[in-house]
Design a protein around this ligand. Structure first.
Ligand code: ATP
Length: 249
C-alpha cells in the first residue's frame, strides 16, 4: 500500500537496541524507523520479541541503544509521546464505573466520586464521538463488547494526539466486522492526525489490506518492506511454516 501522508522528516528511530534478561538476549541490535503517517505491522512467531519491543518503546524495559523522535521541523527530541492500546484490559467487570468516569480517572482528573467536571465530560464525549462511540459514554465499562472496549481504549490512547500509537494485538476477541472497522479507524487516524502507528498483529490478511510496512522480527529484524515483499521471504516461511501463496488464498 502506498503512503501519501508521510512527510519523510517526522519519525521515531530505534538505533542499535538490545534487551537482555540475565544471559538471554531478547532483542538483538534492532534498527527501525517508524514514520509519521505510516502504519507499521510487527509480526513474528511466538516468543520473537514483539511485546518486548513494544515495552521497550514504552520505557518499561531497560535497553542498550537509543530511541529518538524527530518532529516535523527536523528537531530531534529525546522521547516521543506514545499512546498505547493494550492487548486486553484486566478489570473487575462488575465494577459500577461508566465509560466516561473510567476515561476521566485514566486521565488523572478528579476521582470519580468527586463528581464530574463539566468541561472534562464534554471533552470525553467529544473524543468518544470522534471514534463514533459517543453513545457509549454513560454505559457501564464492564458491559461493553470487546470491539466497543477497544474503541474506547483507542479514544483514550489518541487524546492528546501521540507521536506514536502502539497497538498490541488490540482486536483479539473481536469479530471480523469489528476487526475491519477497528483497522479502518486506525488508518483514518494515521491519515487525519499524521501519527506513526505500530501494530502487533497475527492477522496477515488485515495486515496486507491496511499496513504500509511490515517488520518481521526474530529477536532482530529479519525482513521489512511492504506486506507482499515480506510474506515472500524465506524468513517469513521459516517463521510461520507456510508460504506467501498460502497467505494469498
Ligand atoms: N520479563 C521477562 N524476563 C525474561 N524473559 C522474558 C520477559 N518477557 C519476555 N521474556 C521472554 O522473551 C522472549 C520474547 O517474548 P515476547 O513476549 O516479547 O514475545 P512475543 O513475540 O510478543 O510472543 P507472542 O507472540 O507469544 O506474544 C520469550 O522467550 C519470553 O519468554
Amino acid at each position: 500500500m502506498s503512503n501519501h501522508n508521510s512527510c519523510g522528516l517526522c519519525s521515531i528511530e530505534m538505533k542499535n537496541i538490545s534487551v537482555t534478561s540475565g544471559e538471554d538476549i531478547l532483542l538483538d541490535n534492532i534498527n527501525l524507523t517508524f514514520h509519521c503517517g505510516e502504519l507499521t505491522a510487527l509480526i513474528g512467531k511466538n516468543g520473537a520479541g514483539k511485546t518486548t519491543l513494544l515495552r521497550t518503546l514504552l520505557g518499561e524495559r531497560h535497553y542498550k541503544g537509543s530511541i529518538s523522535f524527530t518532529d516535523h521541523h527536523g528537531v530531534v527530541l529525546p522521547m516521543p509521546r506514545i499512546g498505547y492500546v493494550p492487548q486486553h484490559l484486566d478489570f473487575d467487570k462488575s465494577m459500577p464505573i461508566s465509560v466516561s468516569d473510567f476515561i476521566a480517572a485514566a486521565k488523572g482528573g478528579s476521582p470519580v466520586w468527586f463528581g464530574k467536571q463539566k468541561k472534562m465530560q464534554a471533552h470525553i464525549r467529544e473524543i468518544l464521538e470522534d471514534m463514533e462511540c459517543g453513545y457509549l459514554a454513560e454505559r457501564r465499562l464492564g458491559a461493553l463488547s470487546g470491539g466497543e472496549l477497544q474503541r474506547v481504549l483507542l479514544a483514550l490512547a489518541t487524546d492528546p494526539v501521540p507521536d506514536l500509537l502502539v497497538l498490541d494485538e488490540p482486536v483479539s476477541g473481536v469479530d471480523m466486522a469489528g476487526l475491519d472497522l477497528f483497522y479502518k479507524r486506525v488508518t483514518e487516524l494515521r491519515d487525519k492526525q499524521h501519527m506513526a502507528i505500530l501494530l502487533v498483529s497475527h492477522d496477515l490478511g488485515l495486515i496486507r489490506k491496511y499496513a504500509d510496512r511490515v517488520v518481521l522480527l526474530d529477536k532482530t529484524v529479519v525482513a521489512q518492506g511492504d506486506a507482499n515483499k515480506v510474506f515472500a521471504t524465506d524468513a517469513f516461511r521459516e517463521a510461520f511454516g507456510f508460504s506467501f501463496e498460502e497467505v494469498a488464498k
